[in-house]
Design a binder for this molecule. Structure first.
Ligand code: NAI
Length: 390
């Protein structure tokens, strides 16, 4: 159980690029990072608008002179300080991730970057090599995978409680873009433009969360082939998609079905997962993250609750609140940030043995998400054809 005790040598000096006053995701980063005292927010280039970014940073308790105009000014300003920043989170639109991450790594700063990580696998490989050469950690904020019951599902699969996996069924859908984009805000504008979003809209924006969570639960399964059908129901979003379905064949013979949409009018259900094995199934949704449905063939269904002693140790180790008391998205993000802090701390201590067995969403996880997107686009552009995963 996580109780806020310091599990690393000392708090990390942390900064942010993006995530400013108008940013959608910035608070989730701060809520995750600042929960356990493992990070101390010391600087930022929070906003495209310098004055607004500085005002915002000061309101967060950051010294005015450490609220910078942009990432380059941050790197220069922090380089001269004995107490300079050690790790920076990147919470900016997709098209900026690569340049900002590269600049930070070149300056010797660990990075925590938003998904989808970059635009291409080639870029991911280049940055992974740079991080390796510099001995730096890159974490990726797949923020939903800190929920304790996600790790319960992984542990149950590992223990064989489900039997051999046959079906993987996942959906992340909402209706927030069901109408056209007239008068849309910045966050919609950059998401629907290939120059700023990258090769995908909803596949990258929400589909990568599904894909990564399935990798956490089923690390032994690899996709062999996939078929992706994507469509822009609002034509101005083309060539990007606001809806996609993906079929997947796994190397053990299992079949996968994934649906992402931002035009699923009226749906506030968010994410749904069902993993079906030869003996039993588990179903979980982030709308009710405290509950896991466990159905054994021929037996009445069961609802498992977070924090209960009957759960696997991997799940209990990620629990914060204890049974009866609701856990939520903030707790999940706090776990992700804690696990990344532990990785950075281990690297700073030179504890490679710890790192070898420590699990957190790392640059390889970010790369695999981008690889999956590249395969989806290749399939969709070939007219929703089956393609070998590569
Ligand atoms: P947004 O458009 O709402 O906010 C972007 C923020 O970054 C704004 O504060 C803007 O002023 C700032 N910004 C933009 N360019 C900048 C630059 N070059 N330097 C400094 N600041 C800059 O975007 P949103 O929705 O917050 O998304 C940001 C990233 O987070 C995207 O990559 C998105 O995919 C990801 N995201 C991830 C979520 C998750 O659950 N992990 C949830 C929502 C978004």
């Amino acid at each position: 159980m996580i109780n806020g005790e310091m599990t690393i040598t000392r708090p990390l000096r942390w900064g942010m690029v993006g995530g400013g006053r108008t940013g959608q995701v910035g608070y989730k980063h701060r809520s995750g990072a600042l929960r356990d005292g493992t990070y101390r927010l010391v600087c930022g280039a929070f906003d495209l608008d310098e004055a607004r970014g500085r005002d915002f940073g000061v309101n967060l308790g950051v010294a005015a002179e450490r609220c910078y105009a942009d990432v380059q000014a941050l790197i220069q300003g922090e380089a001269g300080r004995a107490d300079g920043v050690e790790v920076v989170s990147v919470a900016t639109p997709n098209f900026t991730h690569y340049e900002i991450t590269k600049a930070l790594l070149q300056a010797g700063i660990h990075v925590i970057c938003e998904k989808p990580l970059f635009f291409s696998v080639t870029e991911c490989e280049e940055i992974a090599a740079l991080a390796r050469d510099k001995g730096l950690i890159v974490g990726v904020t797949y923020g939903f995978t800190g929920h304790p019951l996600v790790h319960q599902m992984a542990a149950m699969v590992k223990k064989g409680l489900l039997g051999d996996i046959r079906l993987v069924d996942m959906a992340y859908t909402h209706g927030f873009n069901a109408g056209d984009d007239t008068g849309a805000g910045e966050a919609v504008k950059w998401r629907t433009n290939p120059r700023t979003a990258g090769p995908t809209f909803v596949l990258g924006d929400i589909g990568t969360h599904l894909y990564y969570l399935s990798e956490v639960v089923l690390p032994q399964l690899k996709v062999e082939r996939l078929l992706c059908d994507r469509k822009a129901f609002i034509p101005t979003r083309a060539p990007l998609e606001d809806h996609a379905t993906v079929l997947m064949h796994y190397d053990n013979g299992a079949r996968g079905r994934l649906w992402v949409s931002s035009v699923d009018a009226g749906n506030m259900g968010s994410q749904r997962y069902r993993f079906v094995g030869t003996k039993a199934s588990v179903s979980w949704s982030d709308a009710h993250p405290d509950q896991l449905h466990y159905e054994v063939q021929g037996e009445p269904g069961r609802v498992l609750h977070h924090g209960m002693p009957y759960l696997e140790e991997e799940s209990l180790a990620a629990d914060r609140m204890g049974a009866l008391h609701t856990e939520g998205l903030g707790d999940s993000w706090a776990n992700i940030y804690l696990w990344i802090a532990q990785a950075i701390d281990a690297r700073q201590r030179g504890d490679e043995a710890f790192l070898a067995s420590h699990h957190y969403p790392d640059i390889q996880a970010g790369l695999e998400g981008v690889r999956w997107l590249e395969n989806c686009v290749r399939s969709a552009d070939a007219g929703a054809a089956w393609v070998d995963f590569r």
